[in-house]
Design a protein around this ligand. Sequence first.
Ligand code: PMT
Length: 400
Amino acid sequence: MSGKNILLCVSGGIAVYKACALTSKLVQSGFNVKVIMSESAIKFVSPLTFQALSRNEVYTDTFIENNPKVIAHIDVADWADLIIVAPATANMIGKLANGIADDMISTTMLAATAPVWIAPAMNVHMYNHPAVQKNINTLFNFGYRFIEPGEGYLACGYVGKGRLEEPEAIVELIISHFGPQFLPFKGKNILITAGPTKEKIDPVRYLTNHSSGKMGYAFAEEAVKMGANVILVSGADHLPVPNGVTFIKIESADDMYNAVMKYFPDVDVVIKSAAVADYRPSQVSDKKVKKKDGNLMIEFERTKDILQELGKNKKHQFLVGFAAETHDMEQFALQKLERKNLDMVVANNVLESGAGFSGDTNIVTIFHKDHSIKKLPLLSKHETAKEILGEILTKIGDLK
Ligand code: PMT
């Protein structure tokens, strides 16, 4: 249910700056946002601003076709679940009312079948002009809906009706349009572990693994978008902390154990995507170990198996483990499912190209406790996380 697609069409008026805030708030609320800007909108704000905020390409010209496999204005029209024109200028409203298709916004709008909401913003006299009112009426009769402009101080110096509605209010309208099921994890607590652990040898050396944390952070970001309260326990060093999570930075497997155990009783779902050390040096030297001729022998001892411990203690929690394998993936994954008392195990063959450590993609197979299996193709780690969260929802009736 996450990731409804909002197409934001930005035409040129001073209120373009509010459309930036609208884009950001929509993304933070879990929507996928694509933006089309008119030529005059670009005179107020650069497309790069909207690209950075929406994390998507911004469309400005009907004849710039970056993907030869599709026709951009048809593709983006089909993609949208809802189209918002904000700010909508008198000129854009006039074009839409009269079926003119002479730029990317007006052309896309003729191809679109999704609901369209128009948020006008202009000078009060322009808004009240009979031509603009007639065009608004025509669009209303086409089935377009309007987000009424507010009254107040206008950029032109007048006080009156014509201010673009506040971005927060527009986002609330959009969320209520899609209904409460849009946030399927609302009110639920999800504990996610990410990244590697570091096991000290001495003050300058440690043992670690190749995990970047990308898989776990993708879970955290997607779960926040789906309304969850997310606790992210992470050993990753180089990723920005996702918005809206409770973040706990750890180093060793022992630190992770303590953090996870602290939150475990109060969470509904645990996703253990971290790559945790199975062994650590039995002795940690408090001084740098000086090099000598010959080999160095280090004795290792087992760390606590956090996931196994969670499996032993779980009550209401839905427990998802990962299995990073290089061979016999299915066999080892099913053994982990049983031995650690999991509800689901997500297996990846870390030798497969496009899967596993560090990259932006993964290829996983999901094994459920009820023996059903779902293989996912090569997907971005975000798409993989969304699919897995969707699978969790299908298995947890009371979270729906
Ligand atoms: O971080 P990225 O670069 O994006 O890479 C993603 C990933 C490859 C790390 C991820 O997809 C993945 O496979 N994570 C699990 C890595 C791992 O430690 O797998 P494992 O098969 O060794 O462990 C099985 C499960 O037990 C894991 O859920 C692990 O978190 C857990 N475990 C392991 C050891 C231990 N002492 N305690 C644990 O809880």
